[in-house]
Design a protein around this ligand. Sequence first.
Ligand code: GLV
Ligand code: MN
Ligand code: MN
Length: 396
Amino acid sequence: MGLLNLSRQLKRRCDELGRISEEPHRLTRTFASPAMKRANRLTGAWMREAGLRVREDAAFNLLGVLPSKNKHAKTLLLGSHLDTVRDAGKYDGPLGVLAAIAAVQSLREQKVELPFNLEIAGFSDEEGVRYQTTYLGSRAFAGTLPAADLARIREKQIVKARRDKNEFLGYAEVHIEQGPVLEKYDLPVGVVTAIAGQSRLCVEFVGTAGHAGTVPMGLRRDALAGAAEFITTVESFAGKKSGLVATVGKIEAAPGASNVIPGHVSLTLDVRDQDNRHRRAAVNILHLKAKTIARSRGLKLNWAPVQQTNAVRCDAKAVNLFSQCIAGRGMKILKLASGAGHDAVALSAICPVGMLFVRCKGGISHNPAESVKTADVASAIGVLADFVQTLASKYA
Ligand code: GLV
Ligand code: MN
Ligand code: MN
């Protein structure tokens, strides 16, 4: 149907998926939720229409396969995720799954026969909203879920989603950039060279709940005031380090009444850097700073690392091939690193990975205002289809 029409169809599909939510007035679709199951059913129907054999694995990953006629062929995996953050935009994740489906539509329209199997994955948990641990779906798929993560979740059967790494040639993912670089250089797509590592922690400050009217200021052990001091410390510390970003994204104060001094606060901490040593050092320094704040206020501190993933380099051959396909369509090549996490991080444990970014308006993401241009998405579908086709032509 032509790339522009495939892109229009993809955007309509993102609109449809954007209405499948577990909350009434905003888009939120978390791991293993009824909304995710509905999104998988709908996307599965689009996969079937594109000629793929569809199933959902034990980790709620949606999988569609286009088998090669060559019985002993390996598999090229394409995909992204179908879960979202809270109050999400429509494109973070689904765009990559639907771009892979669109690339298959395009290749089949051109009657391209592939010498390898092509499999598309809609992974079930890239955001980590449900359990604060990312990549549950893709790590179950890669067989790299540690016992500690498994212990925190109810869906123990997800280990059965493990696949044999010898099956795969590689993994390629299209994703919105979620940052402003492509817009700055006025380019529709870019090649990802590396993905930042991240540390996620749960931090608790414990003080004493008390009467807001009777306890004098000097005699309080206010857990929320301690947490507030820590949050601004995190912001100013990361602000002084180039390449480091650190975020407190969620906070809960108890008991939670306007006339009660908060006795207990738990908050999330997310720390990222392209350099693993810098990130680990930053987490250690922030721990010391939290201890100092807690001590000075008579609070108890609980510091619990939840997950850490190291930075990942994209495969040099995939970077070159994406670059070649971009140039082949008359666009300038821009290589950039990703500050956001992606399923490619989990897949890098079992096969080479490559990623293509698509420009998004204002670099805005994790926000309902996420927006992409039809022409940019058409370019991304074309580049991905060329990537698959070129790989096929080189495949011995
Ligand atoms: C996922 O979007 C992440 O990087 O947190
Ligand atoms: Mn994403
Ligand atoms: Mn995201």
